[in-house]
Design a protein around this ligand. Structure first.
Ligand code: ADP
Ligand code: MG
Length: 147
């Protein structure tokens, strides 16, 4: 569990996560609108040495960035009506890292192994906690907790 007082500290938490990521890792970011899902992704991208600015992928569903590893950044908030409108197999568990905002809205069989990252608003601060779903993400979580 991590706690951030402000946006910069949330980016720093993302950076710590990003430093541990390897090809095939999948993160699901769970939190209300404005919780900081895109903000934490900016820190992840920085750790992956991505120079481009991270923008919310809300209207495009998926944005791809080139870095130490490719980053596939998705916001599936609007996918609910039509879950088949995106083919996750195009990139999931491939050569890059996938970060999915609102990933809990995907049907339960769309994802195999993923680390769920919960971002909870607490006044101005944010609590960040984790739940591993699968062996690969359990190892990632242990790696994160060991600093
Ligand atoms: P989401 O993608 O979850 O909808 P964003 O990352 O786009 O959220 O936006 C988070 C917003 O919350 C930003 O406008 C940011 O400035 C604000 N904010 C306020 N306090 C914090 C904090 N402690 N950590 C992160 N963001 C914060
Ligand atoms: Mg967002």
């Amino acid at each position: 569990m991590f706690y951030s007082q402000n946006e910069d500290e949330l980016i720093a938490i993302g950076f710590r996560i990003g430093q541990k990521l390897q090809a095939g890792h999948v993160l699901v970011l769970t939190g209300d609108l404005g919780a900081g899902k895109t903000t934490i992704t900016k820190g992840i991208a920085r750790a992956l040495e991505i120079k481009q600015m991270i923008k919310s992928p809300t209207y495009t569903i998926v944005r791809e960035y080139e870095g130490r590893l490719p980053l596939y950044h998705l916001d599936v908030y609007r996918i609910g009506d039509d879950p088949d409108s995106i083919d996750l197999d195009d990139f999931l568990y491939g050569d890059g890292v996938t970060v999915i905002e609102w990933g809990e809205l995907l049907s339960s069989d769309s994802l195999d192994d993923y680390l769920e990252v919960f971002i909870d608003k607490q006044d101005d601060g944010r609590k960040v906690s984790f739940e591993a779903h699968g062996v690969k993400s359990q190892l990632l979580l242990e790696d994160l907790q060991n600093g």
